[in-house]
Design a protein around this ligand. Structure first.
Ligand SMILES: Nc1nc2c(ncn2[C@@H]2O[C@H](COP(=O)(O)OP(=O)(O)OP(=O)(O)O)[C@@H](O)[C@H]2O)c(=O)[nH]1
Ligand SMILES: [Mg+2]
Length: 317
């Protein structure tokens, strides 16, 4: 049996990739995989629930506007959210409007209200599986783009949530968490205005900086002048707690061009390519080789002070 694997799609693109991997997997492979998707966009989630009901879904949005979220979440309003009157009127059910902070704000309420249960249950089911075989702890894969609001804003908090859930509830702190994320140039076919493309790049830059900073903190290579803490609510509580640990062990990034400057033909082909890579590296029989070669990389990680946790991803065939 494959190592139990949790596959989590964040935002519209991430959810679609998870759905594609689900469709590629055989019935037997699906038994050791927990599929979970997160989105603010109810229409996207509904499509997934109709076509693939076995995928667990978490809707992070409610009917509230940004202003109403902030009225109920003073910690966010007073400490980190970029409060803006125009944003205050925005409803969330059709997406986070490419604003990462909105997605993070909605997730805080999702945790507070105990609506992370589909994710918790998927993790617990895998834990039972690994308990039976007593061989390997569950592996975790997060996917999405770094470019929009919803997925990009969820990467760090959802990774930290999963790490802490596994460590505190399941004593599985050693689980390897890998991220597979799409970079902005891949959207050039569908996003054509320069201002929107710039926005995608800003989001991607901010997301990489966040992931990197918390990886460095955990590796002990972040300068002492940075007092970096990740604060989020605990389930069912308005109080903020510090979540600790490394958000992910390896972060794979997909861009539009390969080393020879060649591109795929369409946006859809990129999503299929991302799904193929995840399937090949995490689920197919060849995945055992990639898992063990990553384990062997530990010596090089130590020598580089953690600087080689980022990688590109592609299939050779
Ligand atoms: N025009 C167009 N835009 C797209 C398409 N697919 C994705 N996008 C936009 O590209 C950005 C990145 O896509 P996703 O990763 O799916 O975004 P998300 O995580 O769902 O975040 P938001 O939709 O911004 O809340 C988002 O702002 C999307 O709205 C598409 O087919 N056409
Ligand atoms: Mg979306």
């Amino acid at each position: 049996m494959n190592a139990p694997t949790l596959l989590v799609g964040l935002g519209g693109t991430g959810s679609e990739i998870v759905q594609r991997v689900y469709n590629q997997a055989t019935e037997a492979q699906r038994e050791s995989i927990g599929f979970v998707v997160f989105d603010t966009d109810v229409n996207e989630l509904r499509r997934i629930e109709e076509k693939t009901p076995a995928i667990h879904t978490v809707q992070t949005s409610t009917r509230l506007t940004v202003g109403e979220y902030l009225d109920a979440d003073h910690y966010s309003r007073d400490t980190w959210f970029p409060v803006n009157r125009i944003l205050n009127g925005k409803a969330l059910t059709e997406g986070a409007g490419q604003v990462r902070a909105i997605s993070r704000l909605a997730l805080n309420t999702t945790i507070q209200q105990g609506r992370m249960n589909p994710l918790n249950e998927a993790i617990e089911e895998l834990y039972k599986l690994s308990g039976k075989s007593l061989t390997q702890s569950p592996r975790v894969i997060l996917t999405g783009s770094l470019c929009g609001g919803t997925g990009s804003g969820l990467i760090l908090p959802v990774a930290m949530y999963i790490r802490n859930f596994m460590t505190t509830k399941l004593q599985q702190g050693s689980s390897i968490i890998r991220g597979f994320f799409i970079l902005p140039e891949v959207y050039n076919d569908v996003i054509t205005t320069q201002s929107e493309r710039n926005n995608l790049r800003c989001n991607a830059y901010a997301a990489v900086r966040e992931i990197d900073a918390f990886m460095m903190k955990d590796d002990g290579s972040l300068g002492e002048q940075y007092d970096l803490r990740f604060m989020a609510p605990r389930a069912g509580s308005k109080n903020q707690d510090e979540y600790t640990g490394r958000p992910m062990d390896f972060c794979f990034l997909f861009d539009a061009q390969n080393l020879d400057g060649m591109k795929l033909n369409s946006f859809s082909e990129y999503k299929e390519h991302a799904a193929n890579c995840i399937y090949g590296m995490a689920i197919a029989p060849t995945s055992k080789r990639s898992n063990s070669s990553e384990d062997n990389v530990i010596r090089e990680i130590v020598f580089s002070g953690g600087r080689n946790r980022f990688a590109g991803a592609a299939r050779l065939c």
